[in-house]
Write a protein that binds this ligand. Structure first.
Ligand SMILES: [Zn+2]
Ligand SMILES: [Zn+2]
Length: 588
């Protein structure tokens, strides 16, 4: 055994990107105590990066993980350098903090925080997307304790999926110059990231072979997610109960395609569904692991699977992280996946390199329709037919990725981006998010553009009126009218005046006049319409009424008009970029 360890120590040479990740970490922590994240795809060898950093550390450090399998894997990698390390994990039956480097399970260590009574310079968190900002979480309990001895504690996270539905991005700023999360995201900076495409192109991972299964597919499109972006098990069971015939033919199809394959991982939607799937698989070489499987049984099944005594391994959301079986060469997805990240994580289980493995068959029976290589957008897909689109910021030129739609020529015809994510650095080296907003509502008090959901103006601090309150109030007023606006038209008259008419669905209309010889009127018109153009988000500059192409203007979603004794109906308010509970008109 000792000989093997020495031999392994000799063959570990960091890949170029692993070296880069290590270098970036050293450079970052030399100049800053801000927490940082490294993003590497599944199978990129995070444990080697961790081992290298642990080796370079001069003081005591902690490496935290949430599952014992990862504690063990990471510790083994480090020990194979010929170095000693402590393990703190009840599941691994060892609770020691003796050595310079400790690999710990978060659960075990958080129950014994008082034992952390020494100076630690660095905490490395593997699978760090599980860290939440909440003060009483197990991670925070540990970090708070360590900070009492070292207020300048450095924290590094590693993950393949820096984004979680419902929680958002786990870091605020990306080293390529853009903003993702918020100021209170669990980590401050992403200091290194490598896309899956790079890994496959450079033969660090096995290429996926995505086959569109022509047989029956599940149709999960009618399901909706909760605020965390998850599907409920009971919804899925109801839907799957109506599709039992599909399950049988899907499994027959899968077995058929897997005859020449070594290891098949099947991702089922619910426990009930998984049991049904298992029933159609060959009994002697199939097994099921769920959240309820006892850990001894789970360990045994995983061992048998790795030894190829079991060929088909069915699971329900338990084997997406910390599971390492390089021989897996078929991934069958029978569940809806809520994000690109999760989809990549699932497929990633089959992309590790192994002897004689040429590719990994990826069979998506749930019609998830994700592009394995597409970037994570960072928000829930608004509609099923949306895809990630690139939108250049007219302010700073940053290429944003938002959900949107393109036409047949690939031109973006609609997107759901609100604010540019570009990061602008000032001369002091501080960076701030670009201020350009694609969708916005103006502050009634100071005119500043705010996010459409803002409650308080970011510029003057004034309370932002809720558009729904405005609509409700107007609907209750006798002398007010609400147009559910479906379009507008313009007409130039008496040289430099522009009459804008708003129409509602039923043909009702209301007009107002902008006088282009009056500076204030020109200013108001530009505020409302200059950035809201159908053809481009580049702000317009109109010098005269005749220059305005009204077909290019974006109409408000609602127009509120009030009845004036002398002049009749007068436009009093226009609501743009509306996202609330009232139904909008179909825009022409
Ligand atoms: Zn910008
Ligand atoms: Zn304001």
């Amino acid at each position: 055994m000792d000989q093997l360890v020495i031999f392994e120590a000799l063959i570990y040479v960091l890949r170029p990107y692993q070296k880069e990740a290590v270098t970036n970490t050293l450079v970052h922590f030399r100049k800053s105590n801000d927490s940082a994240v490294i993003v590497l795809p599944t199978g990129a060898g995070k444990s080697l990066v961790i081992a290298e950093l642990a080796k370079l550390a001069k003081h005591k450090i902690l490496v935290l993980t949430h599952v014992k399998e990862l504690v063990e894997q990471n510790a083994q990698k480090y020990k194979s350098y010929g170095l000693q390390a402590s393990i703190f994990s009840a599941g691994l039956k060892e609770k020691s903090l003796q050595h310079q480097v400790t690999f710990a399970s978060v659960q075990s260590l958080s129950r014994n925080v008082s034992q952390l009574d020494q100076f630690y310079s660095l905490v490395i968190i593997d699978e760090c997307h599980r860290v939440s900002g909440e003060d009483n979480s197990q991670y925070q309990q540990i970090l708070q304790q360590v900070r009492t001895r070292n207020p300048n504690l450095k924290i590094l996270g590693l993950t393949a999926t820096p984004y979680r539905l419902g929680m958002g991005w786990i870091y605020q700023k990306h080293y390529h110059g853009f903003v993702r999360g918020e100021a209170d995201s669990p980590f401050k900076h992403c200091i290194y990231e490598l896309p899956l495409r790079y890994m496959i192109k450079n033969n660090y991972l096995t290429p996926p072979n995505q086959i569109d299964p022509a047989v029956e597919n599940y149709d999960f499109s009618s399901l909706s997610t909760d605020s965390f972006g998850r599907y409920s098990a009971s919804d899925m069971n109801t839907l799957l109960n109506a599709q039992t015939r599909a399950t049988k033919s899907i499994i027959e199809h899968l077995i058929d395609l897997s005859t020449q394959r070594q290891g098949v991982m099947i991702f089922a939607a619910t426990v009930m569904h998984a049991k049904e799937v298992l029933g159609y698989l060959p009994e002697q070489c199939s097994a099921l692991i769920t959240g309820e499987t006892k850990s001894t049984e789970r360990d045994l099944l995983i061992k048998k699977f790795k030894n190829k005594e079991i060929k088909y391994l069915v699971n329900v959301s338990v084997l997406t992280t910390g599971f390492d079986a390089p021989h897996v060469d078929v991934i069958a997805i029978l569940r809806p996946t809520e994000s690109v990240s999760l989809y990549q994580q699932i497929v990633g289980r089959g992309l590790r390199l192994d002897d004689n493995k040429v590719d990994c068959l990826v069979l998506d029976y749930a019609g998830n329709d994700f592009d394995l290589f597409s970037p994570e957008v960072g928000s829930k897909k608004p509609n099923n037919d949306n895809e990630p689109v690139q939108v250049l910021c007219p302010g700073c030129g940053f290429a944003n990725i938002f959900w949107g739609k393109v036409d047949e020529q690939g031109k973006v015809i609609e997107h759901f981006g609100r604010r540019c994510q570009g990061l602008l650095e000032d001369i002091d080296g501080d960076s701030q998010q670009c201020d350009f907003r694609f969708k916005f509502k103006e502050c009634d008090a100071c005119g500043a553009e705010n996010d459409i959901a803002a409650r308080q103006c970011h510029q003057c601090g004034g309370v932002m009126a809720d558009p729904d309150d405005k609509l409700r109030a107007a609907l209750n007023l006798k002398h007010a009218m609400v147009l559910r606006c479906s379009g507008l038209s313009g007409e130039v008259f008496s040289e430099n005046k522009l009459k804008v008419t708003y129409f509602d669905e039923d043909g009702a209309s209301c007009s107002e006049v902008y006088d282009f010889s009056n500076q204030k009127s020109v200013f108001v018109f530009h505020q409302l319409f200059a950035k809201r153009r159908k053809s481009t988000p580049v702000p317009a500059k109109w010098l005269s009424a005749a220059q305005v192409t009204t077909t290019d203007l974006i109409a408000p979603d609602f127009v509120i008009a009030k009845l004036h004794k002398k002049f009749g109906w007068q436009v009093s308010e226009k609501l743009f970029d509306y996202q609330g509970s009232f139904r909008k008109a179909d825009k022409s």
